[in-house]
Design a protein around this ligand. Structure first.
Ligand SMILES: [Zn+2]
Length: 199
C-alpha cells in the first residue's frame, strides 16, 4: 500500500516530544529526519532532505538507503590458481625394460622396419607409455626408422602403379608422335608431287 506522506513517529527526548519522519529501505535500514515544523513537513522538502542524506529513489513509502545506493564494489577477480608445471614424466627401469622387449619383439632389424603395422605409436599405446619414449629407445638401441612392413608394402604398390602409369603415358605419346610424323611426311610428298589432273 503506497502512502502519500512520510511515516511519522514521535519520541520523548529529554522530556520533550520530538517528531521524526521515517523512510525505510528494502534492506531494513531506516532513515529518519527530525521534523520540527508546527505542522507536518510536506513531501517535497522531506524527500529533498533524504536525498541530501544519500537516499535515492525517494518516495514517501520507500527509498533506497545510502549503502544500497552506493555502486556495488566490483568483484575482485579471482586469481587463477597457479598451475604447477610438472616436469615431463621419465620412464623408470620397468618402463624401459618393457619398451626394449616390445622393440625386440616387433622390430625387424634385418629389414630396418617394424613388423606388420607396428610403429612407435602402436607400441606406446599397447604399453600405455608416451610414444616418444619408444622413439627414444628405438634410436638408442640403434634400430632403424619408425616405418613398418604394411606401410612399405603400401608404398611399394603405390610406387609400382605410379611407374606403370608414367610408362604407359610415355608410350602413348611416342606412338602418337610417330604416327603424326609419318602422316606429315606422306602429305608433304604428295603435295610436292603436285596435282597432275586427268590425263
Ligand atoms: Zn538499504
Amino acid at each position: 500500500m503506497s502512502r502519500n506522506q512520510f511515516r511519522t513517529v514521535s519520541e520523548q527526548e529529554n522530556g520533550q516530544w520530538v517528531r521524526y519522519r521515517l523512510l525505510a529501505c528494502r534492506c531494513g535500514a531506516e532513515g529518519r529526519i527530525r521534523d520540527t515544523s508546527a505542522r507536518l513537513l510536506p513531501v517535497s522538502p522531506l524527500a529533498e532532505a533524504f536525498r541530501r542524506a544519500g537516499w535515492t529513489n525517494v518516495k514517501p513509502d520507500r527509498g533506497t538507503c545510502p549503502s544500497c545506493s552506493a555502486p556495488k564494489p566490483k568483484p575482485i577477480p579471482q586469481e587463477k590458481p597457479v598451475m604447477a608445471v610438472e616436469p615431463p614424466r621419465q620412464p623408470n627401469t620397468e618402463d624401459k625394460r618393457r619398451i626394449r622387449e616390445a622393440l625386440f619383439a616387433h622390430y625387424l632389424e634385418d629389414k630396418g622396419c617394424y613388423a606388420k603395422a607396428h610403429s612407435d605409436r602402436s607400441v606406446g599405446q599397447s604399453l600405455n607409455v608416451p610414444f616418444a619414449w619408444v622413439s627414444a629407445t628405438r634410436e638408442a638401441l640403434g634400430f632403424g626408422p619408425d616405418v613398418n612392413e604394411a606401410a612399405s608394402a603400401f608404398n611399394s604398390e603405390v610406387g609400382a602403379i605410379r611407374q606403370s602409369l608414367t610408362d604407359l603415358q610415355d608410350e602413348v605419346l611416342k606412338l602418337v608422335a610417330n604416327r603424326c610424323d609419318e602422316l606429315e611426311k606422306r602429305l608433304n610428298a604428295i603435295e610436292r608431287a603436285g596435282y597432275k589432273g586427268a590425263a
